[in-house]
Design a protein around this ligand. Structure first.
Ligand code: MN
Length: 486
């Protein structure tokens, strides 16, 4: 595994990172009320009396949020706790009218689990999950609409969250980035969170500390709150690690504090120090009973589980002949994997994968289209590959056919038929062209016979050009050499 070591003139350092990720649960209504979770509606339209913290209102746990959390726990290969309970986390914030958040503290719904991440050197690393609990989100404060006023939007207040806490298992920015991409991929496969970090439906807190290489101590960590992209998480780890090292090497100490990473400067600044840390006065939520799940319930959710990226990747490698890299790229996104399987059905899977990862993805990129909007259907991509495999067209002609397919959405057989693009495998027709080329280039024929044998390639090129790309290259190659060697 590629090691990430920060070396200075004074020593070698290793970084130790743990992540806490808040993931918004996909559900129609909020976790403790029936208000809608719709994103992007007018402010304060999706607010029930419960979300607004009206006196006397009581929370009711949303079954669907529990279902989604259990599914996610299973997707993280984690222990599902049959007993969990809700707690109040007390603090004041203007966008939280109850002055407390209902969360889980002592007994979370999901216990220890693990995720495997794929690294750029081809290796795989296991990352431990410490726990996952469910809780409600706060509303939103908007400070930049008016110079003297702040506005509050409670649409988000009460939306269900899953808070996933990892073990401090990351040793590089790359590992943290790979983990977040893998986690997002799993959540999207499961349909339990949309994983859109830029919309705030997945928010990452990053805990960073450093230690001398070879030591296994855990030094004081600093936490960077709500970093909102994979790239920024990686940058935040790098800059924070460097800051710690500089402090230590200058004889200073790191204080435990909460910091804010600013992507424009690439630096973090302090938000609050430990002595101002909150005392949340957690206590069991009196308005909700403990959450008790039965074995039958957990088994029923297990039975619903679909094939997740790791299992799919393994299957693509073992039964479809893909390389680990191809399989990883195609399985990261469920829609891509499904498209691939449809396209590869009955055709050369490796060739289909190559087409998808080159011309096909390039076409979608260029047209700024999502795979679900592709003008080239999976079936038609499979047919195109079949035309190449059966030598009806050459790989070169296939690129032209693909170009037409991506404009018209037509099926490749029809295009080949209409445009007369069928490969010429008739040796008689090819021989005629070769004879013409040989007859009109006597100097090169002489040069070839005098030892410049690499001129054969030039003859092949001329013949294919004269056939307008339709002559089968393998046949041309064979016949050109035969005729020149005569
Ligand atoms: Mn939380």
């Amino acid at each position: 595994m590629a090691e990430y070591i920060i070396e200075t003139t004074k020593g070698k350092w290793e970084v130790v990172v743990g992540l806490e990720i808040h993931c918004q649960i996909i559900s129609k209504s909020k976790i403790f009320s029936s208000a809608s979770t719709e994103f992007g509606d007018d402010p304060n339209v999706n607010v029930s009396f419960v979300d607004a913290g009206m006196p006397g209102m009581l929370p009711t746990l949303n079954k669907e949020c529990v279902h989604q959390a259990v599914k996610t726990g299973l997707g993280l290969n984690a222990k599902i706790n049959k007993y969990s309970e809700f707690s109040r986390k007390n603090y004041f914030y203007a966008d939280m009218p109850t002055d407390y958040q209902i969360t889980q503290f002592r007994y979370p719904i999901v216990g220890e689990g693990e995720i495997f991440v794929d690294l750029s050197d081809g290796s795989t690393k296991k990352i431990g999950i410490e726990r996952m609990h469910i809780e409600q989100d706060a509303g939103k404060s908007i400070h930049d609409l008016n110079p003297t006023k702040s506005y509050i939007d409670l649409n988000r207040a009460g939306v269900g969250l899953m808070e996933i806490v990892t073990k401090p298992d990351f040793r590089s920015p790359e590992e943290a980035g790979a983990f977040l991409r893998k986690l997002r991929s799993i959540l999207r496969y499961l349909g339990t969170c949309d994983g859109n970090m830029d919309e705030g439906s997945m928010r990452c807190d990053v805990n960073v500390s450093v230690r001398p290489v070879g030591s296994d101590e855990l030094r004081t960590r600093c936490e960077m709150k709500n970093v909102n992209s994979v790239k920024f998480v990686m940058q935040a780890i790098e800059s924070e690690a460097k800051r710690h090292i500089e402090v230590y090497e200058n004889g200073g100490t790191i204080e435990q504090e909460t910091r804010q990473f600013d992507p424009t400067t690439g630096q973090s600044k302090v938000m609050r120090k430990k002595e101002f840390a909150h005392d949340y006065r957690y206590f069991p939520e009196p308005d909700l009973p403990p959450l008790v799940l039965t074995d039958e319930y957990i088994e029923a959710v297990k039975a619903e589980m679909i094939e997740l990226p790791d299992a799919k990747k393994q299957r693509f490698i073992e039964t479809m002949g893909l390389t680990p890299y191809d399989a990883m790229v195609l399985c990261e996104n469920k829609e891509n994997a499904e498209f691939f399987e449809k396209a590869a059905a009955g055709h050369d899977a490796k060739k289909v994968a190559n087409w998808m990862m080159s011309d096909f993805f390039a076409m979608l990129n260029k047209k700024r289209l999502d795979i679900t909007q592709s003008p080239v259907s999976a079936e038609n991509l499979g047919r195109l590959v079949e035309l190449i495999s059966t030598e009806v067209i050459s790989g070169k002609i296939a690129k032209d056919v693909f170009e037409i397919m991506s404009e018209t959405g037509e099926n490749p057989e029809k295009i080949v038929e209409e445009k007369g693009l069928k490969q010429v495998t008739d040796t008689g027709a090819i021989e005629t062209i070769i004879d013409t080329v040989i007859a009109s280039n006597p100097d090169n024929v002489t040069a070839y016979k005098n030892g410049k044998t690499n001129l054969a390639g030039w003859f092949v090129g001329q013949v294919i050009k004269m056939s307008q790309g339709k002559a089968n290259p393998a046949i041309v190659n064979k016949l050109v050499r035969e005729k020149l060697d005569k």
